[in-house]
Design a protein around this ligand. Structure first.
Ligand SMILES: Cc1cc2nc3c(=O)[nH]c(=O)nc-3n(C[C@H](O)[C@H](O)[C@H](O)COP(=O)(O)O)c2cc1C
Length: 245
């Protein structure tokens, strides 16, 4: 599955087919995806506790602020950060990295679950003390995130997101542009089209591929870079009619 498809179409799933067996290899693939996530210093200072026992899942569900739907999940994963390792390496920043690391692993896991036909949901509202006790998590670790995983028994539609111009700024906070695509031209589409054409011809990285990248770089330097510079200069001077604070 194309990564962009997964990003656009993944939705939080809060109802699962409890009786649909969840293949173990899929769970392991999801764990591997988590382990490949960006993390501070590449330390992988985390543990993932995979819960498959109904009784334990029931117990966890009862400590998630009334989120009864959690017990429909055949699998709950607790992403725990290793506070000690993060602190030893990064001092005061370690605590912040601890959460950021697991957040990045969580997103990898959820996208992979989606790619494997599974649903998932990030659960941030939970009683950490109680669930730490249920899962026997040692002191040096902190449960940062819970993720439910299973076959979806609901199919939410793609969601609406805010217009890019309302939250994407250029060069300084507040510099926004109404229609980035129109301003810059659809270069990535052209790039993709060329790449698809090339892929039809060859599946290997060879001289032809290298030639393609050289050509595209030339096109990029010649057409796109001056346009980008002109656009950013205008934006800086406040001349651009699309600019809006
Ligand atoms: C930090 C964080 C905490 C969240 N906590 C919960 C939660 O406790 N329960 C829940 O049902 N969803 C939770 N979510 C999921 C969000 O509600 C959901 O991602 C958001 O509404 C966007 O919908 P989508 O995931 O379908 O795109 C959480 C998400 C994040 C990132």
């Amino acid at each position: 599955m194309d990564i962009f498809d997964a990003i656009l179409n993944r939705r939080s799933i809060r109802k699962y087919y409890k009786d649909h067996p969840l293949e173990f290899d899929k769970i392991i693939a999801v764990m591997e995806a988590g382990a490949h996530a960006p993390n501070a210093g590449g330390l992988q200072a985390w543990k993932f506790v995979v819960v498959l026992e109904d009784d334990i899942i029931e117990e966890i569900a009862s400590y998630c602020g009334g989120q009864d739907w959690i017990h429909t999940a055949p699998c709950v994963v607790a992403l725990c950060s290793d506070l000690k390792t993060n602190k030893d390496y990064y001092g005061d920043s370690g605590d912040m990295y601890a959460f950021q690391n697991t957040a990045s692993a969580a997103e990898n896991m959820m996208l992979t679950a989606y790619g494997l036909g599974l649903g998932s949901c990030w659960v941030g509202a939970f009683d950490r003390e109680q669930i730490t006790e249920i899962l026997k998590v040692p002191d040096r670790y902190r449960i940062e995130v819970l993720i439910t995983i299973g076959y979806p028994d609901e199919h939410p539609l793609q969601k609406e997101i805010n217009d890019l111009s309302s939250f994407v700024y250029f060069n300084e906070f507040g510099n926004k542009v109404f229609d980035v695509h129109t301003m810059m031209g659809e270069y990535s589409k052209e790039w993709q089209r060329q790449l698809d054409l090339l892929k039809k011809k060859t599946s290997r990285y060879n001289r032809e591929t290298q030639h393609f990248f050289k050509q595209m770089k030339h096109k990029f330097d010649k057409d796109y870079k001056p346009k980008l510079k002109e656009f950013l200069d205008k934006l800086k001077k406040g001349e651009d009619k699309f600019r809006q604070k």
